[in-house]
Design a protein around this ligand. Structure first.
Ligand code: BTX
Length: 325
């Protein structure tokens, strides 16, 4: 496995030219047969490598996979996404990340799967996660804050995702409280925060991000057609997942650091700019209660302030928001 990566590394360094099998074998101290074996294995992984008699090998194309070597190769973060755990398919990356966190995975560890068989949404709902079409990612965070401050973190996550989408595609998305990312009113990305905390101490937070990148309409179940969308459907082109994922980790780390240093104020400001909730008539369902009114603001903890028809103000820490006209 290690020498396969070394062969890939050599080809990557010399992208656009041919490297002879002889040179590879000399540089890496491997036999010509071993080199050929690794080339075949890389091709099975989806790397397009051309082999040409006398000239050698050249890397034509890297696969649209989020292999950890590819992700870390161009990653600009210092701690987020390190280590990076990659799976072809899991039930839920949030569950895998939770298990890893229980076993001591560090602050910043990331778990990604190409596909999920039982992706989780909030309140026991499911999350559709077809293979190779999205970014299904869970991050292990160990913030040094009290549990009551954690709602801030899920708003922060939405701001980070929005920044990355903007950087890579130019698309301006909207955030629906607390952290749904919408485009033209349809859900593009969902965020699920799970945690383990005692009264005063946060053990860890699992930040699960499900971003619909290249799903086509037929990848969604029919009931989701009016509700859900993907970047490809919004933009009309296939979005490369690798740079998007790298940008996502970069912006999330950046916002996290701002939050640690300066608190919630700058995050709140940025969240408010992208908000599609504030100023709107909303219905909030929280537990057994349904409340209707106008969404006025979010407070210094990220709670939603809703003003009812009788001008009473209500604050929501959690809840399901439906936007009215
Ligand atoms: P949510 O409860 O806000 O959204 C779930 C609801 O959204 C579903 O009931 C369904 O109506 C709709 N839905 C399901 N799949 C999709 C989809 N792909 N796109 C748009 N709408 C959909 C939001 O929960 C939180 C989702 C987090 C998903 C990530 S993926 C990585 C991590 N692992 C894991 O199991 N969950 C998180």
């Amino acid at each position: 496995e290690k020498s396969k990566q070394q062969v890939l590394e050599e080809l990557r360094k010399r992208k656009g030219e041919y490297v002879s099998g002889e040179e590879l074998s000399r540089r890496l101290g491997l036999s010509r047969t071993a080199i050929w074996k690794h080339i075949k294995a890389l091709r099975r992984d989806g790397y397009q490598i051309s082999a040409c008699t006398r000239r050698g090998y050249t890397l034509l194309c890297i696969p649209d996979r989020l292999y950890p070597e590819e992700v870390t190769a161009g990653l600009k973060t210092t701690w987020l996404g390190r280590p990076f755990y990659y799976y072809e398919e899991v039930g839920s990356t949030n569950q895998v990340a939770k298990d890893l966190a229980e076993q001591g995975a560090p602050h910043g560890a990331a778990v990604l799967a190409e596909g999920q068989t039982s992706g989780r949404g909030r309140l026991g709902r499911g999350w559709l996660s077809p293979a190779g079409k999205g970014i299904w990612l869970s991050l292990v965070l160990r913030p040094r804050v009290a549990p009551w401050q954690l709602p801030q973190l899920s708003l922060l996550a939405a701001v980070g995702v929005a920044s990355a989408i903007k950087e890579i595609t130019g698309l301006e998305v909207g955030i629906k409280w607390p952290n749904d990312i919408l485009s033209r009113g349809k859900k593009l990305c969902g965020i699920l925060t799970e945690m383990r905390a005692e009264v005063e101490i946060t053990q860890y937070v699992i930040l699960g991000i499900g971003l619909n990148v290249n799903l086509d309409i037929e990848d969604f179940t029919r009931d989701l057609w009016p509700l859900a969308t993907s970047l490809k459907l919004e933009l009309g082109w296939e979005v490369p997942r690798l740079p998007l994922l790298q940008s996502l980790l970069y912006h999330l780390e950046g916002w996290y650091q701002i939050w640690e240093k300066e608190g919630f104020v700058p995050v709140r400001e940025s969240w408010k700019k992208a908000s599609v909730t504030l100023g709107r008539l909303v219905k909030v369902e929280a537990g057994n209660e349904v409340y209707e009114g106008r969404a006025i603001d979010i407070d210094g903890e990220g709670r939603l302030l809703v003003e009812g028809a009788d001008h009473t103000l209500r604050r929501f820490t959690y809840g399901e928001v439906t936007l009215r006209i």
